[in-house]
Design a protein around this ligand. Structure first.
Ligand code: C5P
Length: 242
């Protein structure tokens, strides 16, 4: 599949057209950012680890009935995907209270959230991804009420599938962020990526962090070891490509 013109360059991924107008190539770069892009470093092979982890997770989700944009992983850091018209909403699911939740509300750190919290934020770094509600989503004209229901339903299904998937790898899925978009027929599909960049993953025994929170806390030298640990635990030996 030939890479054509660049159509979007995000903080850590670049999206290119292909010769098919309903497919794109997503290149996972080695950049790592925090604070809405305020801090940026390059981490060797980070793009490849995130691409392979995302591809594995998208496959697991497809096997469990969640439609995603994933088609193929032609290179370790390059994903071939269905072209989506992305909805500018970050859907966050939380199983354990931590992060911005405990900074914003009087909820005890580590509290188990059952049922999980589903949060929707407006994806816009300039505005620091402010939290949305239904009337704000309507006013911004970014999704219909029915679509909001679909996003929440899909995010909760993803949570169910991935909580079990990570549990089998000795990892607690604390919280995560997903993004969705519409394909050419208007179907809502999971897009973007699911990797340690957008999830909080804790070792089930030690509760050690295995995700980007390490970078947010300035522990840059520990980040890649954590990502490699996640990769080693969830990618079976015969599927390892890095
Ligand atoms: O920081 P906060 O507690 O709101 O993050 C909740 C979850 O959503 C975390 O797993 C974090 O990695 C993810 N997230 C993200 N991108 C954002 C905001 C949050 O991936 N812009």
């Amino acid at each position: 599949m030939e890479k054509k013109e660049l159509i979007n360059s995000g903080k850590v991924k670049s999206v290119f057209n292909t010769e098919k107008d309903d497919e794109v190539i997503i290149e996972f770069r080695d950049d790592m950012t925090a604070g809405d892009g305020a801090r940026k470093e390059v981490m060797d092979k980070k793009g490849a680890y995130n691409a392979v982890i995302s591809a594995k997770i998208f496959n697991v989700l497809e096997e469990n009935g969640v439609e995603t944009q994933f088609i193929d992983l032609p290179e370790v850091n390059v994903m071939l995907a269905k072209k989506l018209d992305m909805i500018p909403i970050e859907v966050i699911v939380r199983n354990i209270a931590t992060g911005s939740l405990v900074r914003r509300y009087p909820i005890e750190e580590g509290k188990k959230l059952d049922p999980p919290i589903v949060e929707m934020d407006y994806k816009d770094d300039e505005y620091h991804d402010p939290m949305l509600n239904r009337s704000l989503i309507r006013a911004l004209d970014i999704a219909t009420d029915e679509e909001v229901n679909i996003l929440a339903e899909k995010a909760l299904k993803i949570n169910e599938v991935l909580t079990e998937f990570f549990k089998d790898a000795g990892i607690i899925l604390v919280d995560f962020k997903v993004e969705f978009g519409k394909d050419k027929d208007g179907n809502i599909l999971l897009g973007d990526e699911i990797s340690p960049d957008g999830c909080r993953l804790w070792d089930a025994e030690t509760l050690d962090m295995l995700d980007k929170e390490l970078f947010r806390e300035g522990k840059d030298s520990e980040v890649m070891d954590a990502y490699v640990e996640v990769y080693n635990r969830i990618i079976p030996d015969d599927e390892k490509v890095i």
